[in-house]
Design a protein around this ligand. Sequence first.
Ligand code: MF3
Ligand code: CO
Ligand code: CO
Length: 256
Amino acid sequence: MNVTIKTPEEQDKMRTAGRLAASVLDMIGERVRAGVSTAELDRICHDYIVNTLDAVPAPLNYRGFPKSICTSINHVVCHGIPGERLLKNGDVLNLDITVIKDGFHGDTSRMFFVGKPQVLAERLARVAYEGMWLGIEELGPGARLGDIGHTIQVHVEKNRFSVVREYCGHGIGRGFHEDPQVLHYGERDTGMELIPGMTITVEPMVNAGKRHVKLLNDGWTVVTKDHSLSAQWEHTVLVTESGYEVLTLGDNDRST
Ligand code: MF3
Ligand code: CO
Ligand code: CO
């Protein structure tokens, strides 16, 4: 386990990277509508990250990933590759943004609806969102990783949805994916103990059907095996002396 503890200066750089990543989601929201391709959303985000934010889109060429953002529509769980597919009314999608600024990563994702969502899609996105926040609220000195996973799993399963197990949150900093792995299921009082200065992501993937997933032949796109809808939200979070600080809040969620 190679967990990095960020110094106050490094924490400040993580704050900046997190804020910038969130600003991309704030910017792209109004462009998510019927008739737009995911490749166009990718191009707009790429140009904004590079030209406006003077930052680097971390996914681009990361282990061979060909684009700058992940676009995961409907039954796609995560790592969807932007392409010529046009969004249509009723689609529900996750946009996952990771930027590198001054050497540090900020990683965040949200769900978006194209037109009016089905009741199920809306409920699924809400339960995934609640699960993410309940997991985040567990964070603080002395909390253990299992507390996060357990809280998320209980909430999701209480709502008769399922938690994906093959993909998880992660430490983050100079590295995109650092230790530890942050599972979104598990048992209370197990796993690594959290320490102030750690930065991790919490990013539960929640399926409307069974938890099982399948990797497509492109080597990236992860879909639900039963083709049920999937939803995900992600924040990058700093563990503090008193609890936690969410680094990837959007403008609407910030008081300062
Ligand atoms: N942003 C994703 C995460 O939350 C990772 C995407 S890796 C990519 O960890 F290569 F697909 F971009
Ligand atoms: Co992540
Ligand atoms: Co991400």
